[in-house]
Design a binder for this molecule. Sequence first.
Ligand code: CP
Ligand code: NVA
Length: 333
Amino acid sequence: MAINLKGRNFICLLDFTREEIYYLLELSATLKIAKQKGTEKQPLKGYNIALLYQKDSRRTRSAFEVAAYDLGMHSTYFGPTGSQIAVKESISDTAKVLGKIYNGIQFRGYKQTDIEDLAQNAGVPVWNALTDLYHPTQMLADIMTIQECKKIKDVKGIKFVYFGDARFNMANSYMIISAKLGMNLVICSTKNLWPYPQLLKQCQDIAQETGGSITLTVDYKTASKDADVVATDVWISMGEDKKIWKQRIKDLIPYQVNKEKMKIAKPNAIFLHCLPSFHDDKTQIAQEIIKQYGGTGELEVTDEVFQSSASKIFQQSENHLHTIKAVMLATLK
Ligand code: CP
Ligand code: NVA
């Protein structure tokens, strides 16, 4: 049956079938080629979208804005301080107002329940640009990068190893996408940062049907053996208390992606990171961490791996544009 996503929300990948995810990935690849060739047609001329941000963003916001312009749409940005959302005006009232004015709404914020509320009341497609729980547009960008680097369409059987904090948006989303697409996901982290059991069980059940797997380990020395993909994320996510840096560094330093971990992966293994990343001393926060806790500013990944030829982070970052464009096009047209 032909796939039609018009009118759908894109707030969690659990809502999408394998076929629908591959449909979005194929559309992303088509749109990427069209952009490279300069043959884009602006199929959504006259449409308007709202971009709601409770948290900051560089990549995702750029991707939504540029994708909107490329598709012929106008966008309005409501930043963390320029919006009354959930402060003076409830999510549902905001949704009803914006849904009458805009054709689609993008939300980046804290609670997944807020975006669910938005989606229930807007009457137009709502897209998740990151919540504490999930980052679904990033997942499409990551899978697209794997497809391109490995020259494959179907990622079933790919060994994907994730190191680091395993109970926030990136790890949660890797569990879902791995389960849906039949990848073999290994989560390597300290036990106190292992995934929430309920989501883990749900994903493991899906993986059983798709031929994938999700396993957990603390064995950071061998986890990446024969990996096709090695990935990590920041150790403290947006919205978390900065006071926990000391404990996080202590907990997660053994799980830093370094050359030893990459050496035992497959020779053509790639490294992914959604960014931004702490891999050197060139940021203000890294400087503060160095001052307080010592070290070089390299946290979740060493600069050596970050800068290596295995690292596909900027390709991954660019692909976020094409996948976001595909999500908006597919749900609006
Ligand atoms: N990867 C990602 O979502 O980056 P931003 O926080 O800059 O949007
Ligand atoms: N886990 C990170 C992802 C950033 C794209 C955060 O939520 O800050």
